[in-house]
Write a protein that binds this ligand. Structure first.
Ligand SMILES: NC(=O)c1ccc[n+]([C@@H]2O[C@H](COP(=O)([O-])OP(=O)(O)OC[C@H]3O[C@@H](n4cnc5c(N)ncnc54)[C@H](OP(=O)(O)O)[C@@H]3O)[C@@H](O)[C@H]2O)c1
Length: 307
């Protein structure tokens, strides 16, 4: 069977996808940009194609050798919408155009984000929404969009510091006191991708959310308890500190020329009353169910990181 073409293979989710695909005896062609900071983050056996997402000639050639395309590249840091464009919008459009031109009806799975459901919240959220629109408006082949909520697991750098603090008995939720969040372990994202790959025809032209099955999401007390049973000292971060830190970081990033994670847009994302979703529709379409509870997920994370 032909391999799968994977973009974003060197990232947190992409690395876990590589492993799961290989374990399922599915070959992987990883499209890695020439300027990648992690060109060696590929598992043995993964075929590397050094190629910009705008390089249609190379993309078309790789797509013609692939049974499906999984688009997992993404920009999660930036000051303006333009900073998020290359991977979240323009890259999606280039890959859509390349699949159209390859003419093999190759199915595409776009890893978007739950953030795409609220494009007004931040430039990141808007870029994910606009990326989805590129697929919906221009794909002439079978496509599916996944919108995961916050993903955690081996290799993640965003959730881990919060979970580690909770493990030590301190919970410092950036959002409102009664905030509710859906979560999913990265290996469950990967198993959902495999379920899609088995029968992409069952998911044609649809957008699916996916979570770990914990109905109604988690509040911060539940997240803390999954990390360590018992009492936690709670440090509520006032929103003005988050927005202030975002504004200062935005200013410094302009001055020093780095891509910021914490911005006023990120502060708006963090302070939403909820980010909730479920996996009912995906389960009905493919039979896929998540297998890793938050308690199991953080437990294995702490064991792997020696905490
Ligand atoms: N992590 C989460 O909690 C989460 C939740 C929901 C949705 N998502 C979505 O899932 C996707 C992957 O997220 P992640 O957490 O794995 O992010 P990540 O660790 O930052 O990885 C991003 C990947 O995209 C690649 N990339 C970035 N800009 C690129 C460009 N201009 N051209 C080609 N490749 C580019 C990076 O490659 P380099 O090696 O070249 O940097 C890397 O492989 C993103 O689309 C994100 O929006 C993530």
């Amino acid at each position: 069977m032909n391999p799968v073409l994977l973009t974003g293979a060197t990232g947190f989710i992409g690395r876990n996808l590589q492993t799961s695909l290989l374990n399922a005896e599915t070959g992987v062609i990883a499209v890695v940009r020439p300027s990648s900071g992690h060109p060696d983050a590929l598992e043995p056996g993964v075929e590397k194609r050094i190629c910009d997402l705008g390089d249609s000639r190379q993309l078309i050639s790789a797509i013609k050798q692939s049974r499906a395309v999984i688009y997992c590249a993404g920009s999660v840091r930036g000051r303006t919408l333009d900073d998020f464009r290359p991977a979240n919008i323009d890259g999606v459009r280039s890959v859509v155009d390349a699949i159209n031109q390859a003419g093999h009806n190759t199915p595409l799975l776009l890893i978007s984000s739950l953030a795409a459901s609220r494009p007004h919240v931040s430039d990141y959220a808007n870029s994910k929404h606009l990326g989805e629109q590129e697929v919906i408006a221009h794909a002439t082949f079978p496509w599916t969009i996944f919108r995961p909520p916050a993903v955690y697991g081996p290799g993640d750098k965003e959730m881990l510091p919060i979970l580690k603090l909770a493990r030590k008995g301190l919970i410092a939720p950036p959002g409102p006191v009664d905030q509710k969040l859906s979560l999913i372990h990265v290996q469950d994202v990967a198993s959902a991708v495999l379920a899609w790959l088995d029968q992409p025809e069952k998911c044609l032209g649809k957008t699916f959310t996916l979570d770990d099955g914990h109905e109604g999401g988690y509040n911060w007390e539940e997240i803390a308890q999954a990390c360590k049973k018992g009492r936690h000292y709670r440090l509520n971060i006032p929103h003005w500190i988050l927005f202030g830190a975002g504004s200062i970081n935005l200013f410094l990033s302009r001055l020093l020329g780095y891509a910021p994670m914490m911005t006023p847009g990120k502060a708006r994302e963090l302070t939403q009353p909820d980010w909730l979703c479920n996996n009912t529709a995906l389960n009905q379409a493919t039979g896929w169910s998540p297998e890793i509870t938050l308690e199991q997920g953080v437990d294995s994370l702490f064991r792997e990181s020696g905490d």
